[in-house]
Design a protein around this ligand. Structure first.
Ligand SMILES: [Zn+2]
Length: 120
């Protein structure tokens, strides 16, 4: 399994899910997107794209994704900021960063998927 690829696919999936949600959210329309009503064609494109991405994600991770999305309603894949989980703000065990090179890491407190920005 390519860890980096799987994390990127999960992030992409989350973004598409949020787009699909925003499209029908009255709150989103209120902030000035009234005029850009999504066309049915665009919505279909997003759904197609979502399915294509979901197929490339390992079933086990996809199941975890769904559980986390249901629980928190977003921010399923979060950035680690200076050793802290970007989802629940708890400090992560220091060996997590090293282990993340070869493993998909979940926050031990909130369960969200974690990613580290490379510093190169
Ligand atoms: Zn967390």
């Amino acid at each position: 399994m390519n860890v980096k690829e799987q994390i990127n696919l999960l992030r992409s999936l989350e973004e598409l899910d949020l787009i699909l949600r925003d499209m029908v959210s009255p709150a989103y329309k209120k902030i000035g997107f009234k005029s850009t009503k999504p066309t049915l064609e665009f919505m279909k494109t997003i759904e197609k794209e979502r399915n294509a991405i979901a197929k490339k994600i390992e079933p086990r991770l996809l199941r975890e994704y769904d559980i986390i999305m249901q629980r928190y309603g977003g921010r399923v894949v979060v950035q680690v900021i200076n050793g802290f989980c970007g989802g629940c703000y708890s400090r992560l065990p220091s060996e997590y960063a090293t282990r993340s090179a070869n493993n998909i890491m979940n926050c031990p407190h909130c369960g969200r998927f974690l990613y580290w920005l490379s510093r190169t």
